[in-house]
Design a protein around this ligand. Structure first.
Ligand code: GDP
Length: 450
């Protein structure tokens, strides 16, 4: 997602030594400019960043550390505009959010993702109101999403948007909901009728936040439409969807500054868990190659139940990890979101994320064979991998539609994974924690010293 910018910054930093002269600073600044433009950062924003970095570094003395410090400071400042960061709850619940955006921008999907984020990571009672009654398919789409993430949906195809919002808000108050997300109508382009409807809903709902969802792939168009929405109805946050696509990341760097409203979340895929908070300091750490352990920890702690994790560690340590545990673990991993987005948060792994691409837990061949094999096992076999004799293996192969070699390979992989887990859980179960700690301390540039 931010690999292009991160890589560009790394190249930039390599142009300057620990102590250096004016010529090196110029070279580094040229490289910085080139790499920001290449990542689609708006030219005026690029110019502002580069000139601030140049004068800032000169002021404190030209050298790699100073240059890095100034780059970090300027990136943070360009990303930070007045307003809320992440999700902010109203002092008196429910927190009401109006979700706006053009048709196809990803507004409905994002409403579901945000609801899921609030439910799973913030443990809140969430309601969605379907006020996009322009397109009946939108209500059905929302119904399916709400069902999947198990969040309450208030919808009525026969009501007007105003009626449904009034009804929903009343219920939310009576039934003590923490957050209400209102999915409003989308149009192909900004028109009077849309703005009138949004203004009406805004007056009725009196929302704490108005989020504008824009498609990151539309580049500067996302910024232009956000500016229009802000001018006409006043938005308090931008969400960039489809950040997992071809987007080079530059829009995210400029949009807050250009619109004057903070970027709050980014959408990184089509599934409910594919959303990330956009918090300037954390993002800058990621851009500088230092990862984002805080966000990673938040994500994992929301999904992984600590008690269960402890039980699992005990099992692993005793070598009792079985096939049921394996399936449970796979399900938990899936809830964390895509492998690529997780890797981007680990210090030094950003570049690897790019190379690995997206490993799909459902679709890799190995995982598919292991799952097919487990599905053909008896209850006893799932609990005790050692039961699997040759005749049982033959039966499994037949049942799973695999050949005997594939079953043997899958079993071997399962066993070596269990062994590795046992090793990692060593040192009193602190193996993984130690690893994380080491990463926290040692992340970031400069990587290659000259
Ligand atoms: P709406 O018309 O604005 O409500 O748009 P939808 O929510 O229906 O989204 C339009 C399409 O974009 C759907 O196919 C979504 O699955 C897809 N989409 C939405 N957000 C993302 C995202 O963050 N990444 C990707 N890859 N696709 C997305």
């Amino acid at each position: 997602m931010f690999e292009s910018i991160t890589e560009g910054l790394k190249n930039t930093v390599n142009k300057i030594r620990y102590r250096d002269d004016e010529k090196a600073l110029k070279k580094a600044c040229d490289e910085l400019k080139k790499s920001l433009l290449k990542s689609d950062v708006f030219h005026k924003v690029t110019k502002e960043i580069v000139s601030a970095v140049e004068s800032g570094t000169r002021e404190i003395g030209i050298g790699r550390d100073n240059f890095l410090r100034v780059v970090k400071k300027e990136l943070t400042s360009i990303l930070t505009v007045k307003g809320n960061q992440g999700f902010v709850f109203a002092s008196k619940p429910p927190t009401v959010v109006l979700m706006t955006g053009l048709q196809g921008s990803g507004k409905t999907t994002t409403t579901g993702k945000l609801a899921n984020f609030l439910k799973t990571q913030k443990k809140k009672k969430v309601m969605i109101i379907a006020a996009d009654l322009q397109r009946l398919a939108a209500v059905e789409q929302l119904r399916q999403i709400a069902q999947k993430i198990e969040v309450e949906l208030v919808a009525d195809e026969n009501a007007t948007p105003t009626q449904i919002v009034t009804r929903g808000l009343k219920r939310a108050e009576n039934e003590l909901y923490d957050v209400v997300l209102i999915d409003t109508a989308g149009r192909l382009a900004i028109d009077e009728a849309l703005m009138d409807e949004l203004l009406k809903l805004r007056d009725i709902a009196n929302p704490d936040e108005i989020f504008y969802v824009a498609d990151a792939m539309s580049g500067q168009d996302a910024v232009r439409t956000a500016l229009s929405f802000n001018e006409k109805i006043g938005i308090s946050g931008v969400i960039l969807s489809k950040f997992d696509g071809d987007s080079k990341g530059g829009v995210a760097l400029g949009v807050s500054h250009q619109v004057g409203v903070p970027l709050r979340f980014i959408g990184v895929g089509e599934k409910p868990e594919d959303i990330e908070q956009f918090i300037p300091e954390r993002i800058v750490n990621r851009l500088m190659g230092a990862g984002d352990i805080e966000s990673l920890a938040e994500k994992t702690s929301a999904v992984i139940d600590e008690k269960q994790a402890k039980k699992m560690t005990q099992k692993i340590k005793k070598g009792k990890f079985n096939f049921n545990d394996f399936l449970d673990q796979m399900d938990q991993m899936k809830k964390l979101g895509s492998m690529k987005s997780l890797l981007g948060m680990i210090p030094g792994m950003g570049a690897m994320a790019k190379q690995i691409g997206d490993m799909d837990l459902d679709n890799s061949e190995e995982i598919r064979s292991i799952k097919a094999m487990i599905n053909s096992m008896t209850k006893k076999e799932r609990e005790d991998p050692d039961l699997l004799s040759n005749s049982r293996k033959r039966r499994l192969a037949l049942g799973a539609g695999l050949d005997q070699m594939q079953v043997n390979r899958a079993l071997k992989q399962f066993k070596s994974a269990a062994k590795l887990a046992k090793q990692l859980s060593g040192k009193g179960g602190r193996g993984m924690q130690d690893m994380m700690k080491q990463m926290q301390g040692g992340g970031g540039f400069p990587m290659g010293r000259r």
